[in-house]
Design a protein around this ligand. Structure first.
Ligand code: PXL
Length: 295
């Protein structure tokens, strides 16, 4: 099959209510002009962060048969993007799927979804820790929050504030696991700020993108940020430009969620900001003859 520029295989769960993972990745990547195929790792009634009584159907046994079928019909993807995984076994299968679909120019993004606010999610087991670090080692870019980064680096969680030096140390530690690029969320230097930081081991350059902190905890914003970041990179943005754009998109969404939603468990109110994101992507495409050449 012909190789498609701007295509993605997204490997995450699908949570029916509480916008996160695939229900965020699909609309955001589509809005960025990225043709997205999905490999659902599990089907849940809601995400696991804040609701009780959610249903959980594990799809581990379907992962390889689905991927085999795609191999058989000649599917190829420009990027592979993994997020929430349900078990240590699934991590090994995703590694195998990366091996099957990786080509010379494939961009592999791993969002090592494990926890937030210093705590691991209920479904995350200790044996998944080493597997997730190994999976990150197979990626070109990893996108953890501060909780996940500390866990991956086997450091005791530090809630912040952080110094630039600390943040650079974490970014470099993440790249030492194997990926060329690392992007951190939940970065802050002083009261009232919050944002992201990115690092490219090839250039040794680190950059921070800080915004005004909006009080509260917003489920699904990590998935929103990572998906917009990938969209930017596939459109030919530099790591810094993609990180800046994804940070602003996430901040705009949080502002709307803060204003309009009483219960943040139901997910970020991002839909009204998709046109803004789409315009940023289109503006970038217009300046670049062949986005794939720039990666
Ligand atoms: O947003 C991360 C995420 C993804 N998928 C599921 C989750 C969470 C976070 O709580 O529970 C099922």
């Amino acid at each position: 099959m012909e190789y498609k520029e701007m295509s993605c295989l997204a490997i995450h769960d699908i949570s029916g209510v509480g916008k996160c993972s695939l229900t965020v990745a699909l609309p955001v990547l589509s809005c960025c002009g990225v043709e997205t195929s999905v490999l659902p790792t599990a089907v849940l009634s809601t995400h696991t962060g804040g609701f009780t009584g959610f249903t959980y159907r594990d799809l581990t046994d379907d992962l390889l048969p689905m991927a085999e079928h795609w191999k058989g019909i000649g599917c190829r993807f420009q990027s592979l993007y993994s997020g929430f995984l349900g078990s240590a076994g699934q991590i090994g299968l995703v590694e195998q799927i990366f091996d099957w679909f990786r080509e010379e120019n494939t961009l592999i993004m791993v969002d090592p979804v494990m926890g937030d606010g210093g705590k691991l999610y209920k479904t995350y087991t200790p044996e998944m820790a080493s597997g997730m670090a190994r999976l990150c080692g197979r990626a070109d870019i990893v996108v953890p929050n501060m909780t996940e980064a500390h866990h991956l680096l086997e450091r005791e969680y530090d809630p912040g504030p952080y110094t630039r030096q600390q943040i650079e140390g974490i970014l470099k530690g993440l790249c030492a696991l194997g990926p060329r690029m690392a992007v951190l969320t939940g970065v802050w230097l002083k009261e009232g700020s919050l944002g992201t930081a990115c690092y490219d081991a090839a250039t040794g350059e680190a950059e921070l993108y800080l915004t005004d902190r909006i009080e509260g905890f917003y489920h699904g914003t990590g998935d929103l940020f990572a998906s917009a970041l990938l969209g930017g990179l596939l459109n030919g943005m530099s790591l810094n430009a993609a990180c800046e754009t994804a940070t602003e998109f996430t901040w705009r969404t949080i502002e709307t969620t803060h204003e309009k939603c009483a219960d943040h468990r139901f997910g970020p109110k991002f839909e009204c900001h998709l046109p803004w994101l789409g315009e940023k992507m289109e503006a970038c495409r217009k300046t670049i003859a062949n986005p794939a050449d720039l990666r």
